[in-house]
Ligand binder design. Structure first.
Ligand SMILES: [Zn+2]
Length: 215
């Protein structure tokens, strides 16, 4: 806005000299309606709702107030819970040092224990001859989890195709004939099921062969 024409500048100066420039005539400058003043007790919490509906929770401290989010306490509990290592061994050193790394974070998410405890646990399984079964179960679990997610995506895709949203977006698609559409959707289900079986079945069969294997 700095590219003012000389003429405009003259206008501004003239206005200012005469006291009618908008910055001089504006009556609302700095005016705010007086808010009701409340005296808060230390430790008191209260909510303020912004015009956008965002709830802020305030807590009165001695001489100042702090902002908390409306569900700060609940979120903190969840955070604390997620940081726990419930399956670590009793004598796990990291329970004391608390020096967890991102590798610990990985094993915590899957097994609820730090990497050291995880390694120790697997060694014990190997000694007891249970490691193969454990590995197999782990693979089955992760495959089943993967399929759970994939199935949701498949169903979303099917709905999109069935309602035509998918076909209309792509100009190369002809309108589906009802019988073709049904066949196509059925084939999607069939292929999905085939894939699931082809990946899961070998793992399930392994069960009978490998359970006695010692590492
Ligand atoms: Zn541990």
């Amino acid at each position: 806005m700095s590219k003012k024409t000389p003429l405009k500048n003259i206008k501004v100066v003239t206005e200012m000299l005469e006291g009618r420039h908008r910055t001089q005539t504006r009556t609302t400058v700095g005016y705010q309606p007086l808010k009701e003043i409340k005296i808060r007790e230390v430790g008191e919490t209260w909510e303020e709702v912004s015009p956008e509906g965002i709830v802020t929770v305030w807590e009165q401290k001695k001489g100042y107030r702090v902002k908390k989010s409306a569900n700060a306490d609940a979120l903190q509990k969840v955070r604390d819970f997620l940081k726990q290592y419930p399956n670590c061994y009793e004598d796990c050193e990291k329970k004391v040092t608390k020096k967890y790394t991102r590798y610990d974070d990985n094993t915590r998410m899957i097994h609820g224990m730090c990497l050291d405890c995880q390694a120790r646990y697997e060694t014990e399984l190997k000694i007891r001859g249970e490691f193969t079964e454990y590995e197999r179960q782990k693979k089955i679990d992760s495959l089943q989890n993967w399929f759970k997610d994939a199935e949701k995506e498949k169903d979303i895709l099917k709905t999109a195709i069935a309602t035509g949203a998918f076909a209309e977006q792509d100009g190369t698609f002809e309108k589906w004939r009802p019988e073709n559409l049904t066949a196509f959707l059925e084939k999607m289900d069939e292929d999905f099921e085939k894939l699931r079986q082809s990946l899961l079945e070998p793992l399930l069969v392994d069960n009978q062969i490998n359970t006695d294997e010692k590492n």
